[in-house]
Write a protein that binds this ligand. Structure first.
Ligand code: PMP
Length: 307
């Protein structure tokens, strides 16, 4: 990495390693004019003992990128295997040896209108991004006045940049009102997700999360935690969640590749449980943090070695 830890020296654009300032797009591109881009955010974890960097669930992220491109009718001229190779190349070129966040994005260049399918370019970028200290203390959330967009309007299942306008409205409002983040309800008034993470609650000993048909992104961390919780003897229920259950539940947390497992200790000024980070949340955090860094022998298939 270079002197400024947040800014990587290099990026990959269409398979080519370029210097960071060279990674540009034309102002007339549909990517800029209409927000025609799809992307993935994922993490790579440095294991000091093994002197190894692991990209967490890269294949699943690339599959979701392909799904997003398919659903938005992008016509890419590249294979995801190539993007995976580029990701490793980039991390090696930037000599990343600490926890970082990766961004893989596919976007429409040229100067076409909003119905065009290409040309589709892609980039891969990496930034050093340590774990948030709030994973220890928890965050305060509000229920957004903004409704999560519906599958019939702007499907949250598609991870496209334009969907983050809805997320921005919710997060901006939450920050403006003095909260750490927002939780959005769907059109039916049920809990959907946060602006950048999915939602889990603990009620009566079970781990509950909205089904993927309630207007949410098909989160890879959600999938990971369902499996890890089940492996650890915790009952997992995928069902719709009412707003009032967020005030009544024992534990609540957000989860995502960037957020990891982030406890929520307060919603709309109401303490979640006793207002402290709960036991099941702590257990899942420990298991998740050990898994992503390769400290457990199970689930190794989720890790891709860089060096
Ligand atoms: N929902 C939204 C809206 C998100 O932006 C994210 C982060 N990508 C998630 C959920 C969590 O998804 P994942 O676990 O795949 O990172």
């Amino acid at each position: 990495m270079n002197n400024h830890p947040a800014a990587p020296a290099h990026m990959i654009v269409n398979g080519r390693l370029v210097d960071y300032p060279e990674a540009t797009v034309h102002l007339m591109s549909p990517a800029l004019r209409y927000g025609l881009n799809v992307f993935e955010g994922l993490r790579a974890y440095w294991n000091e003992t093994e002197q190894q960097l692991y990209v967490f669930r890269l294949q699943e992220h690339l599959q979701r990128l392909s799904q997003s491109m398919k659903l938005l009718r992008f016509d890419p001229q590249f294979e995801t295997e190539e993007v995976a190779e580029n990701t490793f190349e980039l991390l090696r070129a930037n000599t990343v040896r600490e926890q970082c966040h990766l961004r893989i994005s596919a976007y429409i260049e040229g100067d076409g209108e909003h119905h065009v399918s290409g040309p589709v370019s892609y980039f891969v970028a990496a930034k050093i991004r340590p774990r948030s200290p709030k994973t220890k203390t928890g965050i305060r959330c509000r229920i957004s006045t903004w409704v999560r967009m519906a599958d019939s309007a702007m499907p949250p299942r598609i991870k496209c940049g334009a969907n983050y306008v809805n997320a921005r409205l919710a997060r901006y409002e939450a920050h403006h009102d003095g909260y750490d983040d927002a939780i959005m309800l769907n059109g039916a008034g049920r809990v959907a997700e946060g602006p950048g993470a999915c939602v889990f609650m603990v009620r009566r000993g079970a781990l509950v999360t909205p089904p993927i048909t309630d207007g949410i992104l098909e989160s890879i961390t959600r999938d990971t935690l369902i499996e890890l919780a089940t492996d650890n003897g915790i009952t997992v229920v995928e069902r719709s969640i009412d707003r009032t259950e967020l005030y009544a539940c024992d534990e609540l947390f957000m989860a995502g590749s960037a957020a990891e497992v982030l406890p929520v200790t307060e919603v709309d000024g109401v303490a979640v449980g006793d207002g402290q980070v709960g036991a099941i949340t702590t257990l899942l955090q420990d298991v998740y943090f050990a898994t992503v860094i390769g400290q457990t022998n199970s689930n190794k298939a989720w890790l891709c070695s860089v060096y």
